[in-house]
Design a protein around this ligand. Structure first.
Ligand code: UDP
Length: 431
């Protein structure tokens, strides 16, 4: 069933979006948009990109006359496929670039050439990338080499430290000067872009599409609990216990940090009143440490990565979330779940400012102390357990669809751009 995008709120910069609820197609008709030849290429490669882009793909799919093509690089094959299945998405192009143990430079080179070839074949009028991955960075660069405009979803997140998160902080900074449309999730991220002298009228505050994905998936699970029934046995096994949901996968935490996290989880799970639900990221740097240090414990359910409906249910079951993930930092506040973030810095300060998230680093004693404080001090728990939506209201995708189609309708594709066919911009060696 096509998703009907509905614009429900103001866009805080650039052209204001009509606040009355109306399909994107209606606003396009009003602009005289024929949608005759515009083609959008949406590129993604990892689980979080898929989660955050499926609402956008669904919103754009409702626009008549607009051709939307999707290309997955499969930077994270297994985790990406889980999301595609649940969102009922079949990508048009699958580069399948996953290699075991791939280095960043090799991955980057393969992505850049692979995506460049796709763009030469597809000749899109606009490329959409999301976030801060190597796929987003190379997708933007390949588009730039062909002078194809880029829309950057989740633009403007900054930690201020190029090594935390690494290499994501630099990936997203590389996209910034290239993008023609900066789709910032919050006012904080929009302000970060303005500080970098990005033109204000190209920055739009849309909310984060992860909240759209969360709402959509929660509704699906509520309608059909069988979608997340794989957690029934864990829910029964841990009934009556306080549940700590753990995810960890950050590169910066590999090694000593991961070992400290494993020891801390062991100490937390030693309490009778607590259970740990831990979907373990498949990266060998995570799995091997957890095997060696954490091992099997009665109060710990170490499980395979959950598909999104199961993860959304796990978030709902949790009393406390312990994570180093970016996306989980955004989802937990929307559900009123206290989230302890195992990082020194965050490019998502909104959850901390709202009081739902706290940065605690990866020291073993600190992790244990922070969890115990929340478990044992009701006032401290209640102070953090308040539902906020600092990252969006669940209508970001509709705003993005309207902004993107507005951009295409205005014919803002660079005048000076050579044809985006092979044989012009592709021959960089001549430039
Ligand atoms: N997630 C999931 N299953 C899991 C763990 C996480 O679906 O077992 C989702 C989570 O809800 C969030 C996203 O994956 O939307 C975060 O991905 P990840 O932590 O891999 O990347 P990051 O957000 O740190 O870039």
């Amino acid at each position: 069933m096509p998703y009907l995008p509905v614009v429900t709120g103001p866009c805080k910069s650039g052209r204001p979006i009509d606040e009355t609820s109306q399909p994107v197609s209606a606003s396009l008709n009003a602009l005289g948009y024929k949608g005759s030849m515009s083609k959008i290429l949406i590129i993604f490669g990892t689980r979080p990109e898929a989660i955050k882009l499926f609402p956008v793909i669904r919103a754009l799919a409702g626009v008549p006359g607009l051709t939307v093509r999707t290309c997955v690089t499969a930077q994270h094959r297994g985790l990406l496929d889980q999301v595609l299945a649940i969102a009922d998405l079949a990508p048009d192009i699958d580069l399948d670039l996953m290699e075991p143990g791939q280095t960043l430079d090799r991955l980057t080179a393969r992505l850049l050439t692979g995506l460049g070839d796709v763009m030469d074949a597809e000749r899109p009028d606009l490329v959409i990338v999301q976030g801060d991955t190597a796929t987003a960075m190379t997708g933007a660069l390949a588009a730039y080499y062909r002078k194809v405009p880029v829309a950057h979803v989740e633009a403007g997140l900054r930690s201020g430290d190029i090594y935390h998160p690494w290499p994501e902080e630099v990936n997203r900074r590389i996209v910034a000067p290239i993008a023609a449309l900066h789709l910032a999730p919050t006012e904080t991220s929009a302000e970060a872009l303005r500080r970098e002298t990005i033109a204000a009228d190209t920055i739009h505050v849309t909310g984060n599409t992860v909240i759209d994905a969360l709402h959509w998936t929660s509704a699906k699970v509520a309608e059909d609990p069988a979608l997340a029934a794989g957690l029934d046995s864990i829910a029964a096994r841990f009934a009556g216990k306080r549940i700590v949901l753990v995810t960890t996968h950050r590169r910066e935490n590999f090694g000593d940090g991961m070992a400290a996290i494993a020891r801390a989880i062991g100490r937390i799970a030693a309490r009778d009143d607590v259970a740990v639900v831990f979907p373990v990221h498949p990266n060998p740097n995570v799995v091997s440490v957890m095997d060696t240090i954490l091992g099997d414990r009665g109060n710990v359910a170490r499980i395979a990565p959950l598909d999104y409906p199961h993860f959304v249910r796990a978030l709902g079951m949790a009393d406390i979330v312990l994570t180093d993930s970016g996306g989980v930092q955004e989802e937990a506040p929307a559900l009123g779940k206290p989230v302890l973030v195992m990082r020194e810095t965050t490019e998502r300060p909104e959850g901390v400012a709202a009081g739902t998230a706290r940065l605690i680093g990866t020291g073993e004693d600190r992790i244990v102390a922070e969890i115990f404080a929340l478990l044992d001090d009701e006032a401290a728990y209640s102070a953090m357990a308040r539902a906020h939506n600092p990252f969006g209201d669940g209508h970001a995708a509709a705003r993005i669809a309207a902004i993107v189609t507005d951009f295409l309708a205005a014919g803002t594709t660079p005048e000076a751009a050579p044809s985006n066919s092979t044989g012009t911009a592709a021959h960089a060696d001549r430039d």
